[in-house]
Design a protein around this ligand. Sequence first.
Ligand SMILES: *Cc1c(COP(=O)(O)O)cnc(C)c1O
Length: 428
Amino acid sequence: MFTAPYHYTRAFAEQLDGQDELARFRDEFYVNPDSIYMDGNSLGLLSKRAEQSLLRVVDAWKTRGIDGWTQGEHPWFYMAEQLAALSAPLVGAAADEVIVTGSTTTNLHQLVATFYKPEGVRTQIVADALNFPSDIYALQSQLRLHGLDPAEHLIQVQSRDGRMIEEDDIIAAMTDEVALVILPTVLYRSGQLLDMERLTAEAHARGILIGFDGCHSVGAVQHHFSQWGVDFAYWCNYKYLNSGPGGVGGLYVNRKHFGRLPGLAGWFGSSKDKQFDMEHRFVPAADAGAYQIGTPHIISMAPLIGSLEMFAEADLTRLRRKSLQMTAYMMGLIEQELSGMGFTIGNPRDDQRRGGHVSLEHAEAARICKALKESGVVPDFRAPNIIRLAPIALYSTYGDVWDTVQRLKTIMTDKLYEKFENTRDVVA
Ligand SMILES: *Cc1c(COP(=O)(O)O)cnc(C)c1O
């Protein structure tokens, strides 16, 4: 542990790495020695344990064929539930309130199809104006399925400064016409962490259900969904949880809602002992398993087995502490080393309100990102002007943070960004 003021030398960064209680986990990842990875909030790196669990599952297919469903080290028929039990501590839920299934977007569809019941004047869904587009598209289409016009029934709480959403503004939007509130836990651009406990209490005081998108917080920030009484949540596992591109997502349903018929039913939502009765009367699982739809994507789930084992060992409290220290250190370095170069730190400074990444704004952000990539740093760019930098507690070092800021400094001082166009690539 260290406290500000930091020393602005590489030796100090190395000293912090020397004291890092999580340092041993870096060796468990495939970290490219020639590159500094600051994009683990978009796609986490592969760990050796995730690779091993994937290979074990492929081997079960190779050696057992169909019997892999019920036999071997990780019988596929129970894998979603087993992974849910490993995920539950990360979101503050009981094992049976979680299921690993679907993707962020399909899980949102499932949950809105299940929980959005417009009735009388209560027809609106409240979201925010800064959320990830896929969530908004899903909400618009769910409203249309009810024959409702999204322009009227989807209320997007506006940002006052283009970065943050004020909780007071969200609460003010919770009127008698609102049926459901859907919000991100952490905003994907600015990294603002919303006060989920407060928002849940305010929604419930008005008879409104509330669900959260945990894509940018699960694996980085502690949650207490059950204790807070959150109705439901959904997230992806390929960002901070390192489960690989397109890795299967997760969802949470508070046990007070167990027994609600899934809006989108399928045979894998069946009670496990009934599923193979093959009857046309659907008998849903008694828990969050009911919200599964079809056959689980076993191969895309397998890396999560090894990955979640590491989260259990590393302990989320320690991961969060290091993540906050790394982003604080990065912000300190940015202020010290890059002042007067046109950068603005767009994320909250307060530890209570900051997720896992630094949101650095600059008018030339698109081409500064390209120059960073050329210099061996992997950031990501979010239109129109944001460079997201995410030092990851499991595998990034304070030395990485130091080097990233130094390379940014060189790029600005030598105007290395000028040889690139200030436009985004197809995948930014
Ligand atoms: C990453 C992310 C998604 C991606 O959804 P997929 O269904 O996995 O493609 C959706 N919403 C948010 C807020 C995200 O951060």
